[in-house]
Design a protein around this ligand. Sequence first.
Ligand SMILES: Cc1ncc(COP(=O)(O)O)c(C=O)c1O
Length: 418
Amino acid sequence: MTTTLALDGGAPTLPDSPQLQWPRLTPAHHDAVHKLLDAAELSYYGREGEAERLENQWRTRLGGAHTLAVSSGTAALHSAFYALGAEPGTEVICPTNTFLATVMPLIQTGATPVLADAEDDTGNIDPASIKNAITDKTVGIVVTHLWGHPCDMDAITAIAREHNLWIVEDCSHAHGATYSGREVGSIGDAAAISFQSAKLVFAGQGGLFAAREREVFERAVLLGHFRVRAKQDVTSDLGRYASTGFGLNYRMHPVSAALARVSTEQMDDLIQQRQAKLNRLTERLSQIPGLRTPVTRPGCDRGAYYGYKLRLSGDWLDVPMKTLVSALQAEGLDIHQPGSAPLHTTEFFQDAIVPVFTNSEVPRRQYQRGDFPVAEAVWSQSLSLPTFTFEDEAPLVEAYADAFEKIASHLGSLRDRA
Ligand SMILES: Cc1ncc(COP(=O)(O)O)c(C=O)c1O
């Protein structure tokens, strides 16, 4: 067998560069959608149908939380911030290392996002950095259970209690993940989950909002669900506003709700399948010096394990990332650098003025590169691999590990040509 790099004309490890397919729809997905189409059930106003079934599934999973199907994970995050009291003059501490939607809906509430650094091993928001970011304007903390790994919720909850702050959990990467035996989304005051197509539970587009307190739930209902639903669910004095709501339509499409409901039925099985493949990948890759495979801390379970991020160290860091990615892609691997750069390195958080509103300044802290060195290192030293799930992908796991072994034996030549 030749060991010449594919980049240099050798045989690629995976000659056909197979395209991984996600999501895969099952007959149950097709049946559920066809039923809706046959009945022309394409909209709704109350607590009913597939959206209600989905809400009930997640209410059970999240320990009896009040759940609300919404049009996206972003809508769920906006609902959470709004309902908990993010408003002009307040600050909310957020991870810099997350997808933009964890943070950006805050801008629409008028609250100021204050960013915090990451932990070196999980990439999650660092409790020590949260502590440093607290001011007398801080009202809450949002955390992302990044790539499925739960945040350090004991430490974060202790900080929140001490300073009287609420916690929003962004569980978009971590469907079914657990921390000390509790499913993520049931630990903080509110939770947001994306069911966008790449997620384990997929709706196409859709999300779920969950709240521990009834009052918080009712405010979220009023934000995005006027009239019938608001009349059914807003039982406090706020019910007097049910006929208008507070301005948005965040209802999830019934077809999306049906897809997510079926996926939720299948999720525990899919999680098991995915974890088996990714644990095997870790077993193989952790044998290769310089590759830091994803950690899972004691007491944590990664659940849906959205995204497999491989951290580089040692000799691997001597090769420019671009060269490394090209060499791996030439071997037929679907590999790239993680898409979401830390938020403090983006234009929005670096520019002096951002024209979100035409006549007033957006409340925002300004940051620069270097402000959060751990998050920057986690991002710039990581590679994104596919999250293999299905039995027919098991051979790919071995091929990916073979390709990394091959590249490992060529690191010197890759470094020298740069
Ligand atoms: C961590 C995180 N939060 C929120 C979202 C937003 O979800 P949606 O696309 O459903 O609005 C995503 C989507 O990828 C995400 O990864």
